[in-house]
Design a protein. Sequence first.
Length: 125
Amino acid sequence: MKADNSAAHRLLVQETRKALGREPDLTLWLNAKGRWDAGEFKATPGLGKGSADIIGILCMGDALGPGQDCGRFVALEAKTGTGRVSPEQKLFIELVRKRGGFAATFSTVDEARACIERARQGLCE
């Protein structure tokens, strides 16, 4: 399935990063995807096909013991309009969850905030 590259999708990702970027226990990055072709040099940036739009690390405090901060991998996939999770995205989401990370889809900034709250509670989706 073709990725949702609409202006609405880009705006949702941008606004979500801006809103969640203010959270003191959360670091986020845009997972730029696509293909760069400059003659003989070809590159595919990002984590690869199916990976989430926004990735990051959520500080879980001293979950490993006093003075031993730990972080949790977070993957957020934005969906707008008729956008649906592709088979590759489903596989990525399942792998993140299976390995102890948090992965979810969202269609509004408020939904993304709710995702992070669930991640803070130790949930995986």
